[in-house]
Write a protein that binds this ligand. Sequence first.
Ligand SMILES: Cc1ncc(COP(=O)(O)O)c(C=O)c1O
Length: 388
Amino acid sequence: MITETVRVRAAELAGAGGLPAFVYDLDALRAHAAAIRAALDAAPGAPELFYAAKANPDAPILQALAPYVDGVEVASGGELAHVRRALPDARIAFGGPGKTDAELAAALDAGVERLHVESPHELARLAALGRPADVLLRVNLAGDRAGVALAMSGPFGMDADAIGACVPLLDSAPHVRLRGIHAHLASGLDAAAMLRQSAEILAWARPWLAARGVRRPEINLGGGMAVDYADPAHLFDWPAYAQGAAALARDGETLRIEPGRAVSVYSGWYVTDVLDVKRAHGDWYAVLRGGTMHLRTPVTKQHDQPFTVLRRGGDGPATDAPVTLVGQLCTPKDVFARQADAGRLATGDVVAFAMAGAYGWNISHHGFLMHPEPGFHYLGTARFSPSR
Ligand SMILES: Cc1ncc(COP(=O)(O)O)c(C=O)c1O
């Protein structure tokens, strides 16, 4: 659950007063990305792999991933500028709702390869720029998404009526070239569910694109590959998905996926130490330095963040009982894990939360309570860039 590289650095940081800190193992990230790449390469016709930068856009992460991915998906002008700086030659797809005119123009200036259009109004504004653009229309298919971690219903993409409203706009703006369809319908799907969803998207997209006369169509099947916070060793079955998707593919079309979480989540740890151990109304609590303003993931997903304890504790308060791990925030929501079995946990012990490499620091409300920010450490042999 914790790599030796991270364990050693965590102990050093604890000794040097360097906690809390995000510690990333870039060699582990590269090994994981290489395994995903190998699964896709072993299945001719399998989708291209774009990394969704929103999961973790840190430059060292992007640069470590670059050899293993076909491109990067960005979802704002900020991500676009950042990814262009970190990876000047990367193929980029730009999606996301509510793109401004300035963002659309910046995308064309930056040589974005594909724009994922979210509404007829966005398409009209893009067309009004009068510049060549290659687009996928983002479709929001109805359907039963029961059991998924997050269904992307609501304002994302277009239903069939809205997609239909794009047709006259495209006809009147030949400089906007329709290349295909994009869909990101849900997250938290295992390989079998993802394949069913991919088949559903293809079944809708193919006839629609054929009727539009799109040659060599592209279909982006989205991200959302599941990770298991309760069992970090339980990985998304990339070989099964790659084989299954390749079997769905047809000659002359390009399939693409854009996962984020399942690519980078395993590469990061949030490492901190125990400030206090105490009992209230029969329950034990360990108060940790920092909090969920640094790692909001367990709050947003309402789960227990997996962790490893590095014993360093002294003579201060300790417990052997199930313990709830909380941070320094003045809110009962500042909880990393509830009633966890941590063995003997003592003041001064170090706690390394795993699976903090995606949707961790970058989705968290850093400013709340003005505690110091964590340190950031990118370990391993991948090319290092000091700016996040
Ligand atoms: C359009 C789009 N693509 C890809 C992703 C990445 O999803 P995940 O990190 O679950 O793979 C997201 C996440 O919200 C998204 O909105």
